[in-house]
Each structure stands twice: as C-alpha cells, then as structure tokens.
Design a protein around this ligand. Structure first.
Ligand code: PEP
Ligand code: MN
Length: 337
C-alpha cells in the first residue's frame, strides 16, 4: 500500500510511521517529494485486515494496492477454474444449464420436471428441499423427503443434482444427496456456513446476496477457498434496486466484471433475477452472451400450482424453446451447449 504523509512532518514523525509499518511486518520505502512524502509499504497488506494506518498520527491517506481477496482473484490464478462434476466440466467451453423447480414438492413433480429438462438439454437438476422463505408461514421445503425425490430423479434421468443447504447442521445430510451444494443469496454472508462448505470436497454454488457488492461477493467466495475448497461457482441472481416491476435487477455487467476479477466460473439466474417468467428467456440469452458459463433456471410443469416462485417458473415447453435459442447464442460466441 502507499501511505501518504501529512505535509510538514519532522524526520522523527516520519520515522514513527516507518516504525509502525515495520511493526506490522511490512517493509517501508520512503519517497520524499517537493510537496509530500510518501511511504511505500511493501508486503501482503491483506494480512493487516483492520489494522489500518489511516488513524496513525502523521498519516493523511492510505491507498491499498492489492484486492482484499486473494485465492479467488485472477491475479492469483490466470487460468479459468474448470470444475469437474460427474461427467461434466463447469467453466470450460460448454455452457451448462441447471434447471428444475424452485421447491421439491413431490416425487412426481420432480421426476416429470427432470425428464423434460433433460430432454431439452439441461445437464443438472435443481430443486430446493430446504427453502429460505421470507415468511415463517410459507412452505419451508420437504427436507430429507425432498432430497430423496431428487435422488430418485437423478437415478431415472442421470442428471446431476444441485440443491441448497441452509444450515451447517444439515450439511452432512445434504452432502450425501447432492453433486453441488448451493448457498443461497440470503446466506452469502453466513461465514460459518461458508467455512463449513469450504472444508468439503464437493463443488459449491455461491449466489450473490441481494445487496452485496462485487467485492463482498468475492470475499465470501474467499471464505470458502480459504477453508480449502476451490471448487466454487459464482451466481449472479439479481440485486435489489428501486425498481418494482421486477423482483430484482439482474446485474449483467457483473458477469464480464467477475470474469476479469476472478478465475471462477460465473452463472446467471434469470428466474430470481427478474421474478417474471416472461423475462427469463431474454435475460438467459443475454447472460450467456455476456460471458456466463451457465444458467440456473426454474422450471415447473404447473407453475400456477407451485408452492414457491410459480410466477417466475417456465413451463417445460417454454424451457425447451429457450434452450434452442440459447444454443445459437452459445455457438455464436464460440461456446457449446
Ligand atoms: C433458489 O435458487 O431457490 C433461491 C432461493 O435463490 P436465491 O438464494 O438466489 O434467492
Ligand atoms: Mn426460487
């Protein structure tokens, strides 16, 4: 980092700043200018966290050089992370679509959806057995019974499964049933949960918190990586803005920006991103055109009867039409579907 000193400091005051920098384990490099003296503090400033020099006497400003996250940064790893799950590679040339109902509701509902999304070209089945609902009176998910229905659909279709884990206490159970662990938007900063999934060997999809900045998003991913698990997929699922016509605002610029800042695969969830089934297809196409490595899409055979998120769920026929269009977009930008 660069430490800008206040004007008119005595040599003794400058020395005190240097001493402080060195006491933090950094090397100090003084540069005396006509108007200002600056000190380059050399070393890994991320380790200092909140031990800021800003309030130290004689210091006017501190300019960090490094990003606060490390393992997930593009600086740390130049090549894209490619995650192998079952027979698939996430983050490679092929775009992956993970589709299925918001909530697992019954064996038949999951199986019917799984068969139709597989037929349309999806490679993963999504579905929540533990649901993070705003109201405590809303359907909370079927728990282990729901996980069993997912396992059954997995067996029938060969689709890999992604499902959400809400609570570290359910982690062992969910781990046994799923191929990818989903951390939902509301849990993006549940640091205990992030650390726990960080100790596991299965991939984690981390969804962006609805009011999280890109930096906060990447710092949450860093928690998982720092605990040992580097198989992380990021998912832009819309952020909350002043707009009321849509449930959230899909931040599509986050996609190319994340691809610059991190080596991790990036997905888009146009279902939660918009909250409206009629906007899902255009935002799905745009997400892939913007460089996303895949999509998370809600599909329900009877959205009007869904126990959660019916208004943003596509019927299987509409989903199949989306996939046909998506293929053209993927090919146009040099990818596969
Ligand atoms: C979901 O994918 O089912 C979900 C609850 O999404 P989010 O965490 O993005 O709201
Ligand atoms: Mn949902």
């Amino acid at each position: 980092m660069i430490v800008v000193l206040k004007p008119g400091l005595s040599d003794e005051d400058v020395h005190k700043v240097v001493e402080r920098i060195e006491s933090l384990g950094l090397k100090a490099h003084i540069s005396v200018g006509k108007e200002r003296t600056i000190v380059g503090a050399i070393g890994d400033e991320r380790l200092l966290a909140d031990q800021t020099l800003e309030s130290f006497p004689g210091v006017e400003k501190v300019l960090p050089i490094l990003k606060p996250y490390k393992l997930v940064s593009r600086e740390f790893q130049k090549e894209d992370t490619v995650i192998a799950v079952n027979r698939h590679e996430i983050g490679g040339k092929r775009v992956h679509v993970m589709a299925g109902p918001c909530s697992v509701e019954s064996r038949e509902q999951v199986q019917e959806t799984a068969l139709s999304v597989k037929e349309a070209g999806a490679t993963f089945l999504r579905g929540g057995a533990f649901k993070p609902r705003t109201s405590p009176y809303a359907f909370q998910g079927l728990g282990e019974e729901g996980l069993n229905y997912l396992a059954h659909a997995r067996e029938v279709t060969g689709l890999a499964v992604i499902t959400e884990v809400l609570d570290p206490r359910d982690l062992e159970l969910v781990y046994r049933y799923t191929d990818i662990l989903q951390i939902g938007a509301r849990n993006m900063q549940n640091f205990k949960l992030l650390t726990e999934v960080g100790k596991l060997d299965k991939p984690v999809m981390l969804k962006r918190g609805m009011s999280a900045t890109i930096q906060e998003f990447l710092l949450s991913a860093e928690y998982i990586a720092a605990a040992g698990n580097r198989k992380i997929i990021l998912c832009e699922r819309g952020i909350r803005t002043y707009e009321t016509e849509t449930r959230n605002t899909v931040d599509l610029s986050a996609v190319p920006l994340l691809k610059q800042l991190t080596h991790l695969p990036v997905f888009v969830d146009p279902s939660h991103g918009t909250g409206r089934w009629d906007l899902v297809t255009p935002m799905a196409l745009a997400g892939i055109a913007a460089g996303a490595d895949g999509l998370l899409i809600e599909v329900h055979p009877h959205p009007e009867l869904a126990l959660s998120d019916g208004p943003q769920s596509l019927k299987p026929k509409k989903f199949a039409a989306l996939m046909a269009q998506l293929k053209k977009v993927a090919v146009a930008i040099g990818r596969e579907l």
